[in-house]
Design a protein around this ligand. Structure first.
Ligand SMILES: Nc1nc2c(c(=O)[nH]1)N(C=O)[C@@H](CNc1ccc(C(=O)N[C@@H](CCC(=O)O)C(=O)O)cc1)CN2
Ligand SMILES: Nc1nc2c(ncn2[C@@H]2O[C@H](COP(=O)(O)OP(=O)(O)OP(=O)(O)O)[C@@H](O)[C@H]2O)c(=O)[nH]1
Ligand SMILES: [Mg+2]
Length: 459
């Protein structure tokens, strides 16, 4: 249920740390209890107004919530005086009976006392502004609230503990000390640079740049957040849509005996070994004069390019006529990236006498019980291998981080090839700034809006 909105337009009242905000922290009114969160300078007076004397700090107390002489609810009340609260400001929580009628009246009372409804992420935004967490930890809270899989939960908690911030902080400190050495050279410009100092600087810069490279090229953070992109592709009628349905356990995709049934890309998420896997069903690859189907084939080829893994379905006829120019041309061999493709011989029930699948290929059937076991195990194996590779490392999860660290690396390499200490110092400063933007040390105001726009109200 939407709470009554404030009188003023939200945008005009958004000043950091300004005013008392409230929000339902427990999402749409449902279940037995709803938690209303309130934060901001002076909210203790509001709590006194509603419940009489302030309850003991950080302890649950049962109180009557009254407004203008009327009892609104019996609630559990938590009072968090500044600075020991989530936001760092005076805050309180009302654990109310979850009913739309109670919510509406308590919201009305809070607004009567001068509070306004919080914007998305505003509590966490205030926590960042109060220096209680950095932007990376705030993003981690958004990830934690949205976590659907075990790997997402673990990633978010690690980042919330600050592992990513600590890594970036260490890099910043290292760059800072290199910067200090260059600044010392600027101050004593007439003295010759000893060759071993020059060598040490080069080593340090390249070591740092390659550490950043390893971090940038580790895909596990993105895979955890977005899911492993697995694309099902192959000629028409190969059984792609049937496989999608079998893996998800429902009938998302239309299946018919007519080749060319699927045209749009169809997405469905499953979880394998605690990892989100995004399956994409595609139009069968063939040359066609049908405009609609041709568009589908184009999209299918595009999906193949962005795939982390491709399941290339090969139906029985195609396997038998392998090498026949018709099939080869229609199937578009060159669209399958070999290192990311698993060959899947489909409809194995129709070829009981067929020779065993070629090495590295799997054989499946969507109509025989257990016909998918091999494929499922193969996918699970891939996911496990990914996870084991980078168990405890600080993972880069967002394009925002990618862009910042990439820029920092570029500045380090430019510093390495710059001929003068002044130029090196400038590149090093820009490198530190690029990392600072990722952690929020630099230009925090610029990134706040984009970071918090994806939050839910009440966080
Ligand atoms: N009812 C309720 N449950 C919740 C939250 C909440 O705000 N309210 N949380 C919201 O995210 C999470 C817990 N995180 C929290 C983090 C810090 C503080 C806090 O008040 N910190 C103070 C006091 C610490 C203390 O008492 O020792 C501090 O760090 O100074 C509260 C909750 C999940 N569960
Ligand atoms: N016997 C047998 N038939 C299958 C199997 N998988 C799919 N089929 C049948 O093959 C036909 C085509 O299946 P689809 O899943 O629609 O094939 P598709 O690859 O999605 O086809 P397009 O969307 O046209 O590209 C349907 O009649 C399915 O019932 C299988 O494992 N065994
Ligand atoms: Mg299909």
């Amino acid at each position: 249920m939407p709470l009554p909105t404030t009188q003023q337009p939200a945008a005009a009242t958004t000043t950091e740390g300004d005013g008392v905000i409230y929000a339902l922290a427990t999402g749409p009114v449902a279940g037995a209890i709803a938690v209303l969160r309130v934060s901001g300078q002076g909210c203790g007076d509001m709590l006194r107004h509603l419940c009489g004397a302030l309850p003991p700090a950080r302890m649950a107390s049962l109180r009557s919530v009254r407004w203008r002489g009327e009892l609104l609810d019996e609630a559990l009340v938590l009072w968090f005086p500044s600075p020991r609260s989530y936001t760092g400001e005076d805050s309180f929580e009302l654990h109310l009976h979850a009913s739309p009628a109670i919510m509406a009246r308590v919201a009305e009372a809070l607004e009567g006392l001068g509070a306004r409804q919080a914007e998305a992420g505003e509590f966490t935004r205030r926590a960042v502004m109060a220096g209680r967490m950095d932007i990376l930890q705030a993003e981690a809270i958004a990830d934690l609230v949205a976590a659907e899989t075990e790997s997402q939960r673990q990633q978010a908690l690690r980042q919330k503990e600050g592992v990513l911030g600590q890594l970036y902080e260490r890099w910043t400190e290292q760059i800072k000390s290199l910067l200090a050495s260059q600044e010392a050279l600027i101050d004593f410009a007439d003295e010759e640079l000893p060759p071993e100092t020059e060598q040490r600087l080069q080593q340090a810069l390249h070591a740092l740049a390659s550490e950043m490279d390893a971090h940038l090229s580790n895909p596990l953070g993105r895979l955890t957040r977005e899911g492993l992109h697995v694309v099902l592709a192959g000629p028409p009628n190969a059984g792609k849509s049937s496989l999608l349905n079998a893996l998800t356990g429902d009938d998302t995709a239309i299946v018919t005996a007519v080749p060319g049934t699927t045209r749009d890309l169809l997405h469905a998420d499953i979880v394998i070994e605690g990892m989100k896997v995004r399956l994409t069903d595609t139009a069968g690859l063939r040359t066609t004069t049908d405009m609609v189907e041709a568009e589908g084939v184009k999209r299918a080829k595009h999906a193949l390019e962005g795939a982390d893994l491709v399941l290339r379905l090969v139906p029985p006829q195609a396997a038998q006529h392998k090498g026949s120019q018709v099939e080869a041309a229609e199937d578009g061999d060159n669209h399958f990236p070999p290192e990311r493709t698993i060959m899947v011989m489909s409809k194995s029930d129709l070829r009981p006498a067929a020779p065993p699948p070629p090495p590295h290929a799997l054989s499946i059937s969507t109509v025989t019980p257990g016909g998918l076991e091999g494929l499922k195990q193969c996918l699970a194996q891939r996911v496990r291998a990914l996870g084991a590779q980078h168990q405890a490392s600080a993972l880069l999860t967002r394009a925002r981080h990618q862009a910042g660290i990439q820029a920092a690396k570029t500045h380090l390499l430019q510093a390495a090839s710059a001929p003068l200490p002044e130029l090196r110092a400038e590149e090093l400063r820009m490198g530190m700034e690029a990392i600072g933007r990722v952690t929020g040390r630099v230009g925090v105001e610029d990134v706040l809006d984009s970071v918090f726009s994806s939050f839910c109200i009440g966080k």
